[in-house]
Write a protein of this length. Sequence first.
Length: 436
Amino acid sequence: MSPLVSTRPRRTPALFTGRVIAAVLALLSLDSLPLKAADEKEKSGETAKWWDPAWQARKQIVITPGSDTAPVIPAVTLLRLHSGNFQFALAKEDGSDIRILADDGETILPHHIERYDSLMNEAFIWVQVPEVKAGGPTPIWMYFGNPEAPGYDKKPEETYPDTASLIYHFTEPNSPAKDYSGNGNTPEAATTPTAGAMVGPGIVLFGTTGIVIPNSDSLAWTAGAEATISLWVKPSTKGPNAMLLKREEGTNALRIGVNDGVPFVEIADAGGTARSNPGEPIGEASWRHLAIVSDGGKTDLLVDGKPYGTVAKGIPALASSIVIGSTPEAGGGFAGEMDELQIFHSALPTPALRYAAVGQSGSAEGQKLVAMMEDETSGGGGGHNETLEHMMLFGDIAHNMMFDGWIAIGVCLIMMFTGGFVAIRKFLYLNSIQKG
């Protein structure tokens, strides 16, 4: 009896490798349904037309304020980009090809980049949105993916309203902070930087350190002037009357601090000194948004954009330097981290400060306020760029891959290289026999 002979092909490593490669190629050849749907929606009028075919990718960003987060108009909005919501590999290395447009698909919105790190897949972009619908969605579009894009020609100060007196991002390591308001309010010296603050880099204060900001025409206050000061703080320790910001001139003074974990605003003038009533402590080692708003007759203190305390006095006339933290001579300063110091010569409404606090927080609520939609691509003239689609699909798969999936991929790669090595050795062996 002749032995049984299987009619099925032998499962050699090379054959298995070929099947693995074929499966991977088949996966990559699949169309990305959300990306295809973008052009279909465009044809049906459900979405904005493609702005410029030279930009091969775009992302819709939807801003939906709640009843307590109504911004002033225009609304300065922070966009947080990371590997989970943005394809850094498709944009230029410094993000200079990014353009942000209104929902009409034509109006380019002013923006500036605070930080863009394509290696770490992290970026912080500030954009001025001219109109945000109250209680409803306001879509805008971010275009990228143009390696030949010219440099962006908007100045950072164009992002902010004319009432901005000072804007510090604290992104300059070991050098004085840059004033992004365009008013040139540069501090006298630098302070200790920290890499991971609330929005990119920030500064660290130790209780006896700080920065001094000289007076200027844009920072001078007359008696009863409108003003808003906002900042992010992260206390490291509790202490009595720890000063965050102070401005003193004769009997007049404005002081903002944290007394044993309780924020306060204090105003002194010829009529005496008044401090806001204490509220709940803000705790340590967590970021909180503080703001004071003076409308001439009173000065309100807000924590995370919510009313916290009030002083029945307006800001007195002050034309002295502003001290952030403290100095070695004075001591008694705030100990902790600080980020995003902003000063305006207008009284911003509470919903606008709530919008800023939530939108800049990076919290789940903030992600609902400023929602990042899926990326879309176009190969020009309404077509598709298959390479970009495949790169995006691969990025989405990699981002959602579980640990056991990576193990399977690793095993497949090992088998692929092993099968390839065996196939090459076998080919060389058979070739040598044939020649012999």
